[in-house]
Every structure is written in C-alpha cells, then in structure tokens.
Design a protein around this ligand. Structure first.
Ligand SMILES: [Zn+2]
Length: 315
C-alpha cells in the first residue's frame, strides 16, 4: 500500500534529541572531570605515622623525622613532575608549564577537546571504511540505481523483504527496539521492486492531475514525496520505513528516537534528517532508515553528516 508520508509535526522530537545529547555531553564532562589524586594527600598520609612520641630520645626522633619528611617531599616532587609530563604528552600541544600549572583542572579540559574532536572528524580520520563498498551505494535523484544492481531478498517481517546480507542486523534491530519497550514497532515499507515504485509514482502523479494540477506541476509535487522510479533506496533493498503501527497518528513516536539513536549499532542511519533537505534532496523522513554498515553508520551518526556528505557527493 502506498502511504503518503506525513512530514508534519516532526519538530516534536527535536527537543528530546537535543536534551539527550546535552545530557550525554554533560555526563562525559563529568566523567572527564574526575580529579587526579593530589600529591598533598599522599604526603599527609605518609607523614602521619611518623608522629609517635617517644620519651628520652627526642633529638634522635627529630632527626629521623626530618629525614623521613625530606624523603617524602622528594618523592612527592618526583611524582608531581611525572604527572605533569604525562598530562603534557596526552594533551599533545600543551606546554609543560601549562600542564604543571593546570594539573588539577586539565582533566575535563582535555576530555572536552578529545570528545569534540572525535565527534567532528570521526569520518575523516582513522576510518577504515571502504566507501566504494556495496553497503554505501548512493542512490538519490542524481545517482540512479546501478544498472547491474542485483538483490537477493530475505523476508524480515510479515511480507517485508530486505537484502539478505542485512537481514540479520535488521531483525536484531527491530527485536531490540521491541524489547526496549516499543512493541508497536512496525515495518511499513522495505524492499520495493522497480514496478512497485513506478506504481506508487503513478498513483501520486494521477492524484495530482485529478486535483487539477498541470502535468508539470503534478510531476514536481509527486517528486517531493516519491522517489522517481530507479532512484529510490527501497529498490536497493537496503532501506525501510519503520514507525509505530499507529503511524497515522504517531509517526513521530519515540520509536523514531530510539531507532535514530541506536540504529547505528546495527549499521543503520536515519537517512533524511531535518535540516539536510538541500543536500539529500528529500524532505525530512523520520521513518526512513538505511543500512550502510556498522562502522560507517557509527561515523555518520557521530558526525551528524548525511550519506551524501559522508561520501563527498553533495553536488
Ligand atoms: Zn522510505
């Protein structure tokens, strides 16, 4: 059945997502803010047992105490310098002077730096993903389905099929989503043949014609909601529309949030996010998830990129 995607009301999820990210960020900061052991504490603990009074041997005890205190101070100074050097090397570009003077607070600072770098450049550095691999086949308005694309299908839900190579991950994702409390999760659309895609296109197009639009207008309007046959990811067998079974009322159910935030663990990304319409050429579709492989999905999720950006195909 052809469902007219309802892109309205998608904003309701945004605050939740942002709040979650903010919370994670704060949590990361807190985790990174663990104070390092302070040398002063060690000094006090070591010094305390040396304070036993002993009558009649005052001068000797005093000398021993002085020697012990001197040794403790020496050890503490040595450890302080070691830690300062470690802090400097872990920060990479910090000077030793900075490392030494900010030893108590550099934990959260360096944590912030590393986490933001990881999020910003995850797809550009140390990535071992082969971007010419089949999982990353780009299909959009300007990149039609490869003429030699063949798909072996496997059923993953009642009458819904995907590429057999991703069936296991797909089923696991749906199963885990259900186990997370979303037992109304529903696979609305998965693989579509070229003929099925054509039928959906024709239906939308004819509806617009009947409403009085010109052929050109009808084509333009249909193109906003339906991929031109030969340019739909559903024809790849690597995409699915997943939502609540009550999708007419709750297309933006928390299910989408769960899938958006957890899909990458199974190799899936939310393909057409809000705010990236000019790059993807497709309206925000919270429900459309695309398999790209686990490593690429993680990098795309963490970088906030869409597939076109990740592949360097934004034109
Ligand atoms: Zn879709």
């Amino acid at each position: 059945m052809a469902q007219r995607p309802d892109a309205r009301g998608n904003n309701r999820e945004r605050p939740r997502k942002q709040a979650t990210r903010r919370t994670q960020s704060n949590a990361a900061q807190r985790a990174g803010a663990n104070p390092r052991p302070r040398p002063a504490h060690a000094s006090a603990q070591h010094a305390r047992p040396q304070q036993n009074p002993s009558g009649g041997k005052g001068p000797v005890v005093a000398i021993i105490l002085v020697v012990v205190v001197a040794i403790v101070v020496g050890v503490v100074l040595f450890l302080t310098q070691c830690r300062g050097a470690q802090g400097s090397s872990s920060q990479g570009q910090s000077t030793q002077a900075q490392a030494a003077s900010t030893q108590g607070t550099e934990g959260p600072a360096s944590s912030d730096t590393s986490s933001s770098e990881g999020a910003g450049s995850g797809s550009n550095t140390s990535s071992s993903v082969d971007k010419s691999s089949w999982e990353l086949t780009l299909v959009n308005k300007t990149h039609p389905l490869p003429s030699d694309w063949k798909v072996e299908l496997e059923e993953v839900d009642d009458g819904k099929y995907v590429d057999a190579r991703i069936a296991k991950q797909f089923k696991q994702m749906i199963s885990d989503c259900r186990a997370a409390g979303y037992d109304d999760v529903f696979v609305n659309q998965a693989y579509r043949s070229h003929e099925e895609q054509q039928a959906i296109w024709d239906q939308f197009y004819n509806d617009y014609l009947q409403q009085g639009y010109s052929a050109e207008e009808a084509k333009k309007l249909t193109g906003e909601s339906v991929a031109i046959p030969g340019t739909s990811e559903h024809e790849l067998g690597l995409a699915a529309d997943i939502c609540s079974i009550n999708f007419d009322e709750t297309y933006n159910a928390p299910i989408q949030t769960w899938l958006r935030e957890n899909g990458h663990k199974y190799g899936f990304i939310q393909r057409y996010p809000e705010g990236k319409e000019s790059i993807t050429g497709t309206k925000n579709e919270n429900w459309h998830f695309r398999y790209v492989g686990e490593e690429a999905a993680k990098e795309i999720y963490e970088s906030g990129q869409v597939l076109e950006e990740y592949l360097g195909e934004t034109n």
